[in-house]
Design a binder for this molecule. Structure first.
Ligand SMILES: NC(=O)c1ccc[n+]([C@@H]2O[C@H](COP(=O)([O-])OP(=O)(O)OC[C@H]3O[C@@H](n4cnc5c(N)ncnc54)[C@H](OP(=O)(O)O)[C@@H]3O)[C@@H](O)[C@H]2O)c1
Length: 266
């Protein structure tokens, strides 16, 4: 299947790389477009895909078309490709805040699926959430889930939850990196070198997430299982429990969701 990518920036490249790596598409079947000559050269050299500057050409040739430009550039790009989209193509948008209805209005023939991925796609551990537009069929959902599974996990949720999804899994990698940085910093004050502290914190975060995902335990049961009474973990947890950290994390998620809603209104 010929796949098109409008916008070959960080996310466009991460998806192209993952899909080729997984064998879901051959490099010769990937068509991408980007305004940046440097990006075009980079993609063509690194992945041997066809990259140009013409969005309508990509839109016309691809059976599945990924919209991977910034949300503020999407209106212009859709106006440019609309005349080339006379057939009922599958359009997969990853643009934050742009609803399926907003895209369908601008591409009246397209079968639209909206996806909120995250940057961990680049390392095959992405979390993508998808929802279907009015014209998308169950077969389209299956196609998109199969493609998204090439770079991580996939969940289908109602579109009304997308601002919350953006806050949790879209912005989440930055929030976890923030916590990780502060924990590593604290460990340097206990005498560990920063590089070692970062490795310890990163691998521990990865391991805890993996144990929770694969073990299926509730996080609170997991905590009870690892914290022996009066032990070191319990002493640290007592500080966390006595702090407003739950409230602070709640406010961070709420702020990100609110901002996502504002961005959607343009
Ligand atoms: N990054 C994330 O973690 C993340 C997570 C979830 C969803 N998303 C969504 O993914 C989309 C892409 O994000 P990104 O981080 O990959 O952005 P990015 O790195 O800026 O990539 C966008 C690319 O599109 C190019 N572009 C701009 N105008 C264009 C046009 N008219 N035609 C063709 N190409 C054009 C840009 O070139 P210039 O740089 O020269 O303008 C850039 O190379 C966004 O809509 C964002 O909301 C991103």
């Amino acid at each position: 299947m010929k796949m098109g990518f409008l916008g070959a920036g960080k996310m466009g490249e991460a998806m192209i790389a993952a899909l080729i790596r997984a064998g879901a598409v051959r490099p010769g079947d990937v068509l991408a477009s980007d305004v940046s000559p440097a990006r075009r050269r980079h993609l063509a050299m690194k992945y041997r895909v066809r990259v140009g500057a013409e969005n309508p050409l990509v839109a016309r040739s691809a059976r599945a078309l990924f919209l991977a430009v910034k949300p503020q550039d999407l209106e212009r790009v859709l106006a440019e490709i609309a005349p080339a989209m006379s057939r009922k193509r599958l359009v997969i948008s990853i643009a934050a805040g742009r609803t399926t209805a907003w895209i369908e209005k601008r591409l009246p023939q397209a079968r639209v699926i909206r996806v909120m991925p995250n940057l961990a796609c680049a390392v095959g551990e992405g979390m993508s959430v998808c929802c279907l537009g009015r014209r998308a069929a169950p077969a389209d959902a299956r196609t998109v889930r199969r493609l998204l599974a090439c770079f991580g996990r996939v969940l289908r949720l109602p579109e009304r939850l997308f601002d919350a999804v953006t806050a949790l899994s879209g912005s989440g990698p930055a929030f976890f990196a923030y916590v990780l940085d502060r924990m590593a910093d604290a460990a340097t004050r206990e005498g560990i070198r920063r590089a070692d502290a970062l490795l310890l914190a990163e691998q521990t975060m990865l391991g805890a997430a993996k144990a929770l995902l694969e073990g299926g335990a509730d996080p609170l049961d997991f905590i009870r299982a690892v914290a022996s009474p009066k032990g070191a973990t319990a002493a640290g947890l007592a500080v966390l429990d006595a702090s407003p950290i739950g409230d602070i994390l709640g406010r961070a998620i709420r702020a990100a969701a609110r901002r996502s809603k504002e961005l959607a209104r343009g």
